[in-house]
Write a new protein. Structure first.
Length: 363
């Protein structure tokens, strides 16, 4: 959306904020990226039906104030279709980044809304090969766009002069790190087992805890839960790691994930070991760019092997794979598809009803 905002007006509709005694209203805030952040404000205590009705009214108000026809409605979640289905629009895009219905706490209405959205969408983008294979039978125009990477940002981690955050700089080595949301997709038993097997290794986990209790996180002297950090600071954290790991659970919520952090960690120049997530095994595992391990014993063995192995040849393979891989290229290709679908010379107004974290790079 940041790239789209360089040329077009982009209104990004967030999840509503519920405030005691509030009148339904909208808050529009320009972001440094150029995207306009639209947040509905609703009173607490509304039923689900009333909340959707009020969001629909507020969304229509946003469209009216924009003073122009909406060319594109871009959905990161089918739930947004409930309050934007009456908007007159040239192209509806369903950008499917995850199988959200499999996530903990997912709305019972999510699957129904996805069926409705697939019926009307002109274009479907998928954020990984597993999702593409699952969705291409459901729509006539499904396109695969795996997660890309901001290489300039994450390659900063390779610099020797980058200053480490104080919360991490005093830890012993070797350090094995992870960044991302910590939720039901993480195999906490695996995290604990690996940490206990090597008490002299430091395991650093950066990211917010969501949908699980913090009390459920395993505790050990060499397990360091550092909480949510700013995106701009991620290279500073990674620069102080000897390698990274992705200890994802193998369950319904991870069946279709294509972790954006995979190319980000590779761009940062740290070796990576992951559990056998399908979209990590193919292509990263098959090409030898990421080590794959399912059990605590195998993961620890992969970590130990990576720590002692020379990096030069591996890093050349990483850079060859990432060459030409960018969000700019992804947006350019998406844009061509949209222009063709809309039969327009160019896009004038983009609108993206979406969940706030749907494109977050740490998910």
């Amino acid at each position: 959306m940041t790239l789209a905002a360089r040329d077009y007006r982009v209104l990004y509709i967030e999840e509503p904020l519920f405030e005691e005694g509030a009148e339904p209203d909208i808050r529009v805030e320009p972001d440094i990226s150029g995207v306009e952040i639209v947040t509905p404000i609703l009173p607490t205590g509304l039923s689900e039906t009333r909340a959707v009705e009020e969001q629909a009214k507020l969304t229509q108000r946003v469209v009216t104030r924009a003073g122009s026809r909406v060319d594109v409605c871009w959905y990161y979640t089918p739930m947004a279709y409930e309050f934007s289905d009456t908007i007159a629009v040239d192209v509806r895009v369903y950008d499917c980044m995850d199988e959200l219905s499999a996530f903990k706490g997912a709305s019972r209405r999510l699957s129904d809304n996805e069926h409705r959205l697939l019926d009307v969408a002109d274009v479907v983008f998928t954020g990984g090969r597993s999702l593409y294979e699952a969705k291409r039978q459901l729509h006539k125009a499904v396109y695969l766009f795996p997660s890309s990477v901001d290489q300039a940002h994450f390659r900063k981690a390779r610099r020797s002069d980058l200053i480490e955050p104080a919360v991490q700089s005093g830890l012993d080595r070797p350090r094995i790190g992870y960044f991302g949301v910590i939720d039901e997709r993480m195999d906490l038993e695996l995290v604990e087992a690996v940490a206990r097997m090597r008490a002299d290794f430091q395991f650093i986990l950066v990211g917010p805890v969501a949908k699980i209790e913090e009390a459920s996180l395993p505790r050990a002297g060499n397990l360091h839960w550092l909480g949510q950090q700013e995106y701009r600071m991620l290279p500073n954290f990674v620069s102080g790691w000897d390698m990274a790991y992705m200890p994802f659970a193998l369950n319904e919520s991870t069946r279709y994930i294509s972790p954006t952090k995979t190319p980000e960690l590779l761009a940062a120049g740290v070796p990576v070991v992951s559990t056998p997530i399908a979209d990590v095994v193919r292509p990263y595992g098959e090409l030898g760019l990421v080590k794959i391990a399912a059990s605590p014993h195998d993961m620890l063995a992969a970590i130990e092997a990576s720590l002692s192995a020379p990096k030069e040849l591996w890093l050349r393979g990483v850079d060859n794979f990432l060459a030409g891989m960018s969000w700019e290229s992804t947006w350019s290709n998406m844009h061509e598809i949209l222009v063709a679908a809309a039969s327009l010379p160019r896009l004038r107004v983009g609108m993206a009803p979406a969940l706030s974290a749907a494109r977050a790079n740490h998910v």
